[in-house]
Design a protein around this ligand. Structure first.
Ligand SMILES: NC(=O)c1ccc[n+]([C@@H]2O[C@H](COP(=O)([O-])OP(=O)(O)OC[C@H]3O[C@@H](n4cnc5c(N)ncnc54)[C@H](O)[C@@H]3O)[C@@H](O)[C@H]2O)c1
Length: 246
């Protein structure tokens, strides 16, 4: 139980990679605060986790709204006693070629993926700094490292998260708060169900391990970065991509 008595917030934790991360953190002893937009989806995952014997609570919020982020952080401290781990996982895609990206779709992707991570980081900073303990893990993407046609908004938001990770790692080190990123390759979720066959073929042909990743592949890396096993690691991006980017 690497995370016994720890409290973790996972944004977008009601499905896909976020749900896989929340489950692994809970399996390792953490109480999990799951943040999502849909009360119904949160209720379902909280019931499932509680029936499995985990401590789990759901919090409705839009990560792009700083007031929501502050309210969730305050409520989690009130409900669960502290915040030790933050996983900024919530994210969306609005793919298109640059000439066709609408301004609204540019703004929305940046607001949710990048500003959302900033909002939640800012909201948890005080409780973590006060405790002189924290682990922040930002779920970026390999496309933030290598770019991808049709994903200029998404890859810019994910590259931004890597810059945010490094700056926060330097800023927060004196408070014993580690900040790292995980960059998944192609992971089987509802989000990637939307990729075209051509995009899937391109990803797989460049992936030395020759398979699609599973949510647990990402969750295992997050548990490592959330635990004391990674105490001397900060400001890093760990690729979980079958060797796609090296
Ligand atoms: N699936 C992949 O192959 C892959 C690869 C690299 C990176 N990622 C990243 O991993 C993360 C999770 O991806 P996924 O595949 O599980 O996607 P998903 O669409 O299945 O899940 C995304 C989650 O984020 C939540 N969310 C979206 N907007 C939100 C908002 N404004 N406020 C609160 N919650 C919000 C959704 O409700 C959902 O729970 C994303 O950041 C994504 O960019 C995914």
């Amino acid at each position: 139980m690497k995370l016994q008595d720890k409290v973790a917030i996972v944004t977008g934790g009601n499905r896909g990679i976020g749900k896989g991360i929340a489950r692994k953190l809970a399996e390792n002893g953490a109480a999990v605060a799951i943040v999502g937009r849909s009360q119904e989806a949160l209720d379902a995952v909280v019931t499932e986790f509680s029936e499995a014997g985990f401590i789990a609570k759901g919090y409705t919020a839009d990560v792009s709204n700083p007031e929501d982020a502050d309210a969730v952080a305050k409520q989690v401290v009130a409900d669960l006693g502290s915040i030790d781990i933050l996983v900024n996982n919530a994210g969306i895609t609005k793919d298109n070629l640059v000439p066709r990206i609408k301004e609204d779709d540019w703004d929305l992707v940046l607001d949710i993926n990048l500003k959302g991570a900033f909002n939640f980081t800012k909201a948890v900073y005080r409780p973590m700094a006060k405790k002189r303990y924290g682990k922040i893990i930002n779920i970026t993407s390999v496309v933030g490292l290598m770019g991808n046609p049709g994903q200029a908004n998404y890859s810019a938001s994910k590259a931004g998260m890597i810059g945010l990770t490094k700056s926060n790692a330097k800023e927060f080190s004196s408070r014993n708060i580690n900040v790292n990123a995980v960059a998944p390759g192609w992971i089987a979720t509802e989000m990637t169900g939307e990729l075209t066959d051509e995009q899937k073929e391109r990803f797989l042909s460049g992936t030395p391990l020759g398979r699609i990743g599973q949510t647990d592949d990402v969750a295992n890396a997050v548990v490592f970065l959330a635990s004391s096993d990674s105490d001397y690691i900060t400001g890093q991006t760990l690729n979980v991509d079958g060797g796609l980017v090296m």
